[in-house]
Design a protein around this ligand. Structure first.
Ligand code: NDP
Length: 333
């Protein structure tokens, strides 16, 4: 089997030297296990944190060991009840072409959802981890109510594009998104965002003030730093900030300078709360039902950037951190 191993830990932005393609023999299949041929795998920003040797909510990757992460594949051989050859499964052993997967860590998935066809990769995106992140982060942590004005950063990415569309469907008065290119801004307008700006065009605080003249009630933060500072500045009284990610600092070697205006949180009675998507297990059935309907009737549009070939997975991951993706970045194997 071919796999990508962590050759060394990145310092700052990862480089191709940090990764290595290797061929290794797979262990024999035991009872309760599946042999899976992966067809698509996910690259996600959180993987950057796992490349550092620090304890977090997920353990770090180990040097000279294969990376892992979300993947969908086809069962080639099953020694587990309830799974048969040809089944499509979602599991956590990506970054390799073949995997021996404990059946209890695999979930059968279907490309037919509520009568509509979805690609297997949808389970790495709209119907999967980024989807529940967007839904739970907005509805529960952001305490979204119909009529709220919502700002989301990283808005053209996997999570952000869903946050904006869900907010509109759930009755937001105004949805504002920020992203890093003119093409992404054009796409956000097509997706139904009321306003969108390219954060590279100038001072984020001014750009947000201009896009949200009446302020915002919820900020869904994917970026941190100057975006968070701008959101605090534009926040209405009793506003909520759902801290999902801080991608502006994942590659930095120095702590961030912003937000410098944190004390505004007091007078504005702002709630700032972080979360991890696994907090939302109880919301998953409700979320899956809604998202399946939205995808089937076209009210949510789902973009993907697909990179071909396991050997290109490290580059896809590096490109993701640099904003090369619109929608979800996935690697087809
Ligand atoms: P995306 O699809 O949004 O891809 C990452 C995007 O981040 C890039 O496309 C790029 O877009 C943007 N970006 C990179 N550097 C910067 C920067 N310096 N400033 C602003 N934007 C930047 O990834 P996901 O949707 O998978 O994840 C989005 C966020 O959500 C991440 O912070 C991630 O860590 C977090 N997350 C948190 C979870 C949780 O449980 N808390 C679960 C899943 C994701 P651009 O061109 O716009 O710069």
């Amino acid at each position: 089997s071919q796999m990508i191993v962590l050759a060394s830990r990145p310092h700052g932005a990862p480089t191709s030297d940090n990764f290595r393609l290797e061929t290794r023999e797979l262990p024999a299949l035991s009872d309760g296990e599946l042999l899976v041929r992966n067809t698509v795998m996910s690259v996600d920003p959180y993987m950057r944190g796992r490349m550092n040797d620090v304890k977090s909510y997920v353990p770090p990757f180990q040097i000279d060991e294969p990376l892992d992460g979300g993947a969908v594949g086809e069962v080639v051989e099953s020694r587990a009840e309830g799974f048969a050859e040809g089944d499509l499964v979602l599991h956590g052993l990506g970054w390799r072409d073949m995997a021996v997967v404990p059946a209890k860590a695999a979930r059968k998935v279907s490309t037919n959802v509520g009568g509509a066809q979805v690609s297997p990769s949808a389970y790495l995106g709209a119907l999967g981890m980024p989807g529940i992140t967007a839904y739970g982060g907005l509805m529960r942590v952001g305490e979204f109510h119909s009529g709220d004005a919502v700002f989301v950063s990283g808005a053209a990415g996997a999570v952000g594009s869903l946050v904006g569309q869900i907010a509109k469907l759930e009755g937001a008065s105004r949805v504002i998104g920020s992203a890093g290119s003119a093409q992404k801004i054009a796409r956000l307008e097509e997706l139904g965002f009321d306003a969108a700006f390219n954060y590279k065009d100038g001072d984020v605080r001014g750009l947000l003030k201009n896009a949200a003249p009446d302020g915002i009630d919820v900020y869904f933060d994917n970026v941190g730093g100057d975006h968070l500072e701008a959101a605090i500045s534009s926040m209405n009284t009793h506003g909520r900030i759902a801290m999902c990610g801080a991608i502006a600092q994942y590659n930095s070697t120095e702590p961030p300078a912003a937000p410098r205006n944190l004390a505004l949180v007091i007078g504005k009675r702002i709630t700032i709360r972080g979360f991890i998507q696994s907090d939302f297990r109880d919301l998953v059935p409700e979320f899956q039902q809604k998202m399946a309907t939205w995808l089937a009737d076209g009210s949510v549009q789902w973009d993907e950037t697909v990179v071909e070939g396991l050997e290109n997975a490290p580059q896809a991951f590096m490109d993701l951190l640099n904003g090369a993706n619109t929608g979800k970045m996935v690697v087809s194997i």
